[in-house]
Write a protein that binds this ligand. Structure first.
Ligand code: GLA
Length: 387
């Protein structure tokens, strides 16, 4: 047995002793191609599940406790299973595990005393959704087939853990794609109906994520502000049209017509969301038609909108995007994820990938003194057991 499976089994046995082999689960991180900051306005997103994932080996414990060892931070935490329904957040990595365990209890699922050995290859703080990967992997580890929980319910439960327990008012994208990712495909999620379709990218092009290696503190509070500003825009528009329940229901002409009824800043936030929803649609069509140039232009338009209207970028991300779009073989570049650091996503002609990675690393190092990691993304399947 090769790869993560043998590593996990060995690690688990070292930590918890021999006996029965543990069950192994995996839940991927994601890179979002387009549709940024649209999910909590119930719009469209187009992420890809990554080969980088959170893995958990899980087996029964005999002392009534849920225990987790993280191989990444080399720490362990534990809780009485009977107390899980009432635990409180600790403000650290284990909250993603505890939050999911608590939500499972609240959903009426039986959480058995268990030992978890976890190891994640999704870089933390990179905007590639290491937290959703951890949440979904935890749910997969603690649930078994008899639980009867549908996959969509798992995604929603993990989102609740992040919102209600960790305290981050996120949308559904990250948990959804971690559950429903599909190898070789991007997944267009309708964040209102919670349905999805898959789309294959044209041949000869690769998705490269470049990690700025920075994460500005502002991220969490700005995210809350943006959620509130979108709500404010909806309130202003729905005063004249009660059918508008979220920015998903608004067209650009309708937004323009209401511009005077909201502060300029709120108008700009809404303009990003409404125009970004349209870009997702156009990107899908361009992808199906193999129009790489147009796909790249939409990437850049998305970035500019996030940079100027939504204001969730940062100088390092702007520098990476501006540098990338002048390089050979690059069709387009944009920030991906929540922003304020983390990664850019780049559409690069496959035969130019290695030169691009070396080139971008060199100029970023020159400018910021930081060596940026980069990842060639392989669209992968969503969460499941591994053998
Ligand atoms: C974070 C959130 C997602 C989404 C993105 C921005 O990753 O968890 O729900 O809002 O930011 O698109």
């Amino acid at each position: 047995m090769a790869g993560p499976a043998s590593f996990l089994i060995e690690g688990y046995r070292e930590k918890y002793g021999g006996g029965e082999a543990p069950r192994l689960v995996r839940a991927p991180g994601r890179v979002n191609l387009i549709g940024e900051h649209t999910d909590y306005s119930l719009g469209f997103v187009l992420p890809v599940a990554l080969q980088m994932a959170c893995y958990i080996a899980v087996g029964p414990s005999d002392d009534g406790r849920l225990r987790v060892w993280s191989e990444n931070v080399r720490q362990s935490r534990e809780w009485e299973v009977d107390d899980l329904g009432a635990i409180e957040p600790a403000g650290e990595w284990s909250d993603y595990v505890a939050g999911v365990a608590r939500e499972l209890v609240h959903a009426g699922c039986r959480v058995r005393p268990s030992n978890l050995y976890l190891w994640s290859t999704v870089p933390v703080g990179s905007g590639l959704s290491s937290s959703a990967a951890l949440e979904v992997a935890t749910a997969m580890a603690l649930l078994d087939e008899s639980s009867g929980l549908a996959r969509l319910d798992i995604a929603r439960l993990c989102q609740r853990a992040e919102k209600d327990f960790v305290g981050m008012p996120c949308g559904i994208m990250d948990q959804y794609i971690s559950v429903f990712g599909k190898a070789g495909c991007a997944v267009r999620i309708d964040c209102r109906s919670l349905g999805h379709d898959t789309v294959r990218l044209p041949g000869g092009v690769s998705i490269v994520a470049v990690n700025s290696m920075v994460k500005h503190e502002l991220g969490g509070s700005a995210y809350r502000d943006r959620v509130r500003e979108c709500r404010e825009a909806v309130d202003a528009i729905s005063a004249g049209d009660p059918a508008v329940a979220s920015l998903r229901d608004v067209s650009i002409p309708q937004l323009e017509a209401c511009a005077a009824s909201m502060p300029k800043l709120v108008y700009r936030r809404a303009r990003h969301v409404v125009s970004e929803d349209a870009r997702v649609e156009e990107f899908m069509l361009a992808s199906v038609a193999g129009e790489l140039k147009r796909m790249g232009e939409l990437f850049v338009a998305s970035h500019r909108s996030l940079q100027h209207d939504y204001e969730v970028s940062c100088p390092e991300l702007d520098f990476l995007v501006d540098s990338a779009i002048g390089m050979d073989g690059v069709f387009g570049a944009r920030m991906t994820g929540g922003g304020f650091g983390g990664c850019t996503v780049n559409l690069v002609r496959s035969d130019a990938v290695e030169a691009f990675r070396a080139g971008i690393a060199r100029i970023y190092l020159e400018r910021y003194g930081i060596d940026p990691h980069s990842y060639v993304c392989e669209p992968s399947d969503g969460a499941g057991e591994i053998h």
